[in-house]
Design a protein around this ligand. Structure first.
Ligand code: NAG
Ligand code: NAG
Ligand code: NAG
Ligand code: NAG
Ligand code: NAG
Length: 790
């Protein structure tokens, strides 16, 4: 103002210049004040000659991209520009510490402000050292790549946050799976360096009432732990180990047999693709490794989010993928690379700083120094509360500074790692497949958690089809027998029938019907009956068969015996053998049977014995199941003797039968004498018994075969016997028969109802009482038979 008044020399040009300078100066101040630089210190292993340099480079480029996006965004840190001091860690602890100290405390003169937060580093060990020191400098640190669970220890690392999920973060989705799949017993196997994550898991398991049947940690020896697992019948194994150890674990698991559809290994999911086939396989072949890892379920962090929504950086995860693909050539869809975490770490720092602006008033961010505890507490609060959508999914931190994040859930199926679902971090898993599809190889459901195996006792028994068909055959036989019985009763006064002892025929038929019944009942076995019922059934069958056999064959033989005694008795001119004597004879035979069976019943303690035929436990589609095939049979200590007694008795009966049949083979009155047919029947019975008994012993392990053979033979022999005895009679009645068939020159019976067909005989006759009728058979007939006998 003074100069204005004083100086006429002041011209317009000067004034304009001054004003301009003033404006420029003020603008300059404003600009500098607007964009006060804030320094992040980023640690990345980018040095060429170390294993991490590719990942380190990617993470660095990703962080730079994030810085660019932050600074372009007018909504965030409007008055500041965010910059990054980059340190190459060379992947070495000592080197990093040295560089860090230089940057923080020596080279700061180059910068306007102090470093305000640290990003990184990648490796667990370096992060540990830096984070231990950082608390003394009040520097918050956000790591993008260290997932060691140790780092969650808030007492040691109070200012450390991570945008990568720690292995402890896998525990929640694992627990969720264990609960969803209904497992109640699990084992844990952890390497000693991962005890923290394991302890967390164990606490969670116990809290959810899931029994931990074995807790094993190991260094190099897996033989003992695996032995213990086998003893405890472990099926579900929660494993905490890194990739290089995983190969060793699975090779040993293969040797110990702890693999297959019955087992589920739950492992880390951030190993390299096809990790089980590459590198040192500890002496296992790739095939063995593939077999061992088959079915393993893994949980790993999701590096690039699956949700394609816009993130804080105004790009979607797939935009990000494309930008990075162009820049680095790495496809984060397929490769596990922490670069997205690095991007989100920068954003987390930026947002936390942005929201701390209000919190630290009247201080400003650029006033931060390494003694400023208040500001560091404000930053912590901001980070604890922070939640934003990053390229790796929703970013937020838990009380330990660990990332709450999304997890990929994978299962190795048919030798390929398949994504089966993802964990959203909100206690829920989105499944891409149904449980049936996921566990298709284990029978469509998760394997059981234990091997106190479901033993499925199956009774070896006759199939319904066989029983039904046998019953059908037997029923046809019974119907036929009933037909013969009706025929026999209806024509009982027909001479042909009368001569053939119809009462005894009835007995034969009744016996045969009972034998058919036995054939059916043989198939009514353990499948249909309880053991106590089976015991009664066994005894009943023994009685039924014993009695019916004696009834039919006894009647047959006694009938023949009558013929035999008539035609061989030379002394008696007139021999009358009435039916009741034959019945008595059958009765005596039956009494012997009854005596044997009663003795058996009394002396032998018959019980149902269970015989194990086979035991199978490797059944496809039925894991953890042992199928035991059992045969329920009746047996007693003395049964063998009684069975032999019955055999011998029946055998003697057949021998006796054979004898008299042989003796009477020439009695040529078909109506009177069934010898030939009876002989044939005996022949059948003997042959087929000789065939059937050993065969049924041979096939005793299969109730079905045994029943088919024994039942079939019984029905066959019975049917044959019935047909042999009665079919000829039926045919003769239908088609007529020659008179001599009922005895040539046979005298009329006493009541004369029938009359003699050939007129009265003059010859010497013998009266025979058959079927209540007296018939006189000519003597020469007898003599012929007598001669034959000689
Ligand atoms: C990296 O190591 C190779 C040999 O392994 C060497 O030739 C090269 O000079 C090293 N590069 C640097 C940058 O040290
Ligand atoms: C940064 O802070 C300002 C003022 O508190 C707020 O309006 C803005 O939304 C914040 N930006 C972000 C990205 O949170
Ligand atoms: C610190 O400054 C010195 C000298 O100016 C330089 O040699 C050194 O590399 C710098 N350190 C870092 C970490 O930049
Ligand atoms: C155990 O479960 C209860 C609820 O069931 C929960 O409140 C508690 O925090 C859990 N404890 C741990 C250590 O997870
Ligand atoms: C695995 O292989 C079996 C038999 O080759 C096949 O039935 C099944 O569908 C395959 N499963 C998957 C997920 O490829």
């Amino acid at each position: 103002m003074i100069s204005f008044a004083r100086g006429s020399w002041l011209n317009l040009e000067m004034l304009v210049r001054l004003l301009l300078a003033l404006v420029v100066f003020q603008e300059g101040v404003a600009s500098r004040k607007d964009k006060e630089p804030l320094y992040l210190l980023g640690m990345f292993p980018t040095y060429l000659n170390q294993s991490m340099h590719v990942i380190g480079k990617d993470c660095l480029l990703s962080a730079r991209l994030a810085l660019k996006h932050v600074n372009e965004n007018p909504d965030i840190l409007r008055d500041f520009s965010l910059e990054m001091v980059e340190i190459d860690t060379v992947n070495k602890e000592g080197w990093t510490v040295n560089e860090l100290l230089q940057e923080l405390f020596m080279n700061y003169s180059e910068r306007k402000n102090n470093v305000i937060m640290m990003i990184g580093p990648l490796r667990n060990e370096i992060t540990q050292i830096v984070a231990r020191a950082a608390k003394y400098w009040n520097l918050l640190q956000i790591s993008y790549g260290s997932h060691s669970p140790e780092l969650a220890d808030r007492a040691t690392y109070p200012l450390l946050y991570r945008t990568i999920m720690s292995s402890t973060g896998y525990n929640d989705p694992r627990l969720l799976m264990i609960r969803q799949w209904g497992w109640k017993r699990v084992a844990t196997l952890g390497r000693t360096d991962l005890t923290m994550a394991m302890e967390d898991m164990q606490t969670k398991l116990i809290n959810n009432s899931i029994e931990i049947i074995a807790k094993e940690t190991y260094d190099d020896d897996l033989v003992q732990p695996f032995k213990f697992f086998k003893e405890k019948e472990v099926r579900i194994i929660v494993g905490n180990f890194y990739e290089n150890h995983a190969k060793f674990v699975f090779c040993e698991a293969y040797r110990a047999g702890l693999y297959g559809p019955k087992y589920v290994w739950m492992i880390f999911g951030h190993y390299h693709a096809n990790w089980w086939l590459s590198g040192d396989l500890n002496g296992c072949t790739p095939e063995e490794m593939s077999a061992a890892v088959e079915g393993a379920v893994s949980v790993g962090f999701q590096t690039l989010s699956k949700k394609n929504v816009e993130t804080v950086g105004k790009i979607t995860p797939s935009d990000y993928r494309e930008i990075m693909l162009n820049m680095t050539g790495t496809d984060y869809n397929t490769e596990i690379n922490p670069a997205p975490f690095s991007y989100d770490a920068i954003w987390a720092a930026a947002i936390a700083l942005n929201s701390s602006i209000a919190r630290i008033k009247p201080q400003t961010l650029d006033q931060f120094n390494y003694n400023d505890t208040n500001m560091s507490i404000a930053f912590r609060t901001s980070l604890d509360e922070l939640q934003f959508m990053g390229v790796s999914g929703l970013v937020s931190f838990d009380a330990a500074g660990d990332r709450r994040g999304e997890c990929r859930i994978k299962r190795i199926i048919n030798g390929t790692d398949h994504d089966i679902g993802y964990y959203r971090g909100t206690d829920s898993i989105i499944w891409y497949y149904t449980v049936e599809e996921i566990f298709a190889s284990s029978g469509g459901k998760p394997p059981d958690d234990h091997d106190i195996t479901v033993t499925d006792y199956q009774k070896d028994s006759v199939s319904y089809e066989l029983l039904v068909s046998m019953t059908a055959f037997a029923s046809v036989g019974i119907a036929m027998a009933c037909g013969f019985l009706a025929f026999n009763i209806f024509y009982r006064n027909e001479r042909l029938i009368k001569m053939s002892s119809p009462n005894l025929n009835d007995l034969i038929i009744v016996g045969c019907i009972m034998i058919y019944g036995t054939a059916i009942l043989l198939g009514v076995d353990a499948r249909l009956l309880s053991d106590s019922q089976l015991k009664i059934m066994c005894q009943f069958r023994a009685w039924l068969f014993g009695v019916s056999f004696t009834l039919s064959f006894g009647a047959m033989f006694s009938k023949t015996w009558r013929v035999y005694s008539i035609f061989t008795n030379k002394k008696l001119q007139k021999r009358v053998i009435k039916d009741y004597r034959l019945f008595v004879m059958v009765g005596i035979l039956l009494l012997i049977d009854i005596a044997i069976l009663t003795l058996w019943q009394i002396l032998d303690n018959v019980t149902v014995r269970i015989r194990v035929l086979s035991k199978k436990d490797e059944i496809p589609d039925r894991p953890n199941t042992i199928v035991v095939l059992q045969q329920h049979n009746c047996g007693g200590e003395l049964s063998m003797y009684f069975i032999w007694a019955v055999y011998i008795y029946k055998g003697l009966l057949l021998v006796f039968g054979t004898f008299i049949v042989w003796q009477t083979r020439n009695v040529n009155i078909p109506a009177l004498n069934d010898s030939k047919y009876i002989g044939l029947s005996i022949y059948n019975v003997v042959i087929f018994s000789a065939l059937g008994v050993p065969l049924s012993y041979l096939l005793a392990d299969n109730s079905g075969y045994t029943y088919a053979i024994v039942g079939g033979l019984i029905i066959f022999c019975t049917t044959l016997t019935l047909c042999l005895l009665f079919l000829p009679k039926v045919l003769r009645i239908i088609y007529g028969y020659a008179p001599e068939e009922v005895g040539t020159r046979v005298m009329s019976n006493i009541n004369g109802r029938q009359g003699t067909r050939n007129g009265p005989s003059e010859e010497r006759t013998r009266s025979v009482m058959i079927g209540g009728e007296y018939s006189t058979v000519v003597q020469d007939e007898r003599e012929r038979s007598s001669e034959a006998k000689i």
